[in-house]
Design a protein around this ligand. Structure first.
Ligand code: FAD
Length: 295
């Protein structure tokens, strides 16, 4: 396939990139890893008049710990997230999840922030950003804007960025050492996009689940943070009865699509099965970590 004609500009500063985006009047596109954008351009699903390359901007390839938050710069590639010691130590669930993203060749170029911007409802990073109460740091010629992830994903492949805004970083929560986590994904082949996926974290305080987070992807138009499930688990010791209620609730609240990969019913079934496994894993890890920290 051939793309429609476009200009190319390699920005050396965030200000240069923001000016070029503003000058493009809504027809410019930022290129980071190019792993999603280039196929879309080649299929003429998008026809930008100019590509603004952010790969030469110094300082955007950093992962920094600021208090209880981790800041992931716009050119941090998937393989960097997968091998970073701060992430392994402070957000172990993200460290594990990275190995489910595509294949090594894609992980070598694709970026964490690019995946968040692309907003694929079956991609891991948008869901993880939502689970970890992420903030999107956007920049334009008008200055910086911080967008909570809860407001960022507006539809399938759609986000809340203005046409002249680029993302310079995403900030996410770190997890306390006694936090347990579970991640379960079902895809037909390793590295494929998921048919359904669950990510969850929790602590155990006084013998019951506390600070429960529960996210899903592949079962809606956007990644989901399911408060109903969090409230169901919170304050309870994890038991078969709680897990049954979780599966029942998921089967009533989820409205997944039927497509060539799976039916809506199958996705609903997967959601319940994956939720049971992920919650059990999170509980077990919280028991182990809690024992290590407090015992
Ligand atoms: P690009 O392709 O450069 O950009 C994607 C979009 O985001 C474009 O619209 C671009 O303009 C915009 N954008 C990028 N960066 C910014 C920014 N800083 N500010 C504003 N807009 C920006 N992903 C998964 O999560 N899970 C998978 O299993 C998976 N499998 C894949 C398999 C294959 C074969 C391929 C080719 C890709 C797969 N991906 C998967 C997608 C991959 O993770 C991409 O790297 C990612 O979705 C986009 O990141 P990128 O840096 O390549 O972004």
């Amino acid at each position: 396939m051939k793309p429609s004609p476009f200009d190319y500009f390699a920005a050396h500063t965030v200000a240069e990139a923001a000016e070029a985006l503003a000058a493009a009047n809504g027809d410019g596109k930022i290129i980071a890893g190019g792993q999603s954008l280039m196929p879309m351009i080649n299929f003429r699903l998008v026809k930008p008049t100019i590509l603004i390359d952010i790969n030469r901007i110094a300082g955007l390839d950093r992962i920094e710990l600021n208090g209880s938050r981790l800041k992931i710069g716009a050119t941090v590639r998937h393989y960097m997230t997968a091998t970073n010691s701060l992430i392994e130590r402070h957000v172990p669930i993200l460290h594990d999840v990275m190995h489910h993203v595509a294949h090594m060749t894609v992980r070598n170029r694709g970026t964490f922030c690019g995946s968040v911007c692309h907003a694929d409802p079956a991609a891991e990073m948008p869901m993880m950003t939502l689970l970890l109460d992420g903030t999107i740091i956007a920049m334009s010629v008008r200055g910086e804007r911080q967008i909570p992830t809860s407001e960022f994903f507006t539809g399938s492949l759609m986000n809340a960025l203005e046409p002249d805004e680029l993302v310079t970083a995403v900030e996410i929560d770190t997890l306390s050492p006694d936090t347990g986590w579970g991640f379960e994904e079902f895809s037909k082949r390793h590295g494929d996009f998921a048919l359904a996926c669950v990510a969850t974290t929790m602590r155990i305080v006084g013998g019951v689940a506390s600070e429960v987070r529960f996210g899903m992807m592949g079962v809606g138009e956007t990644p989901l943070r399911l408060v109903e499930i969090q409230e169901l688990v919170e304050g309870n010791a994890l038991s078969d009865a709680v897990l049954d209620r979780v599966a029942e609730t998921l089967s009533t609240i989820l409205t997944p699509n039927t497509d060539i990969h799976a039916s809506a019913d199958y996705r609903r079934h997967l959601a319940g099965a994956l939720a049971r496994r992920a919650l059990r894993d999170a509980w077990k890890r919280a028991e182990l970590c809690g024992g290590r920290v407090h015992g």
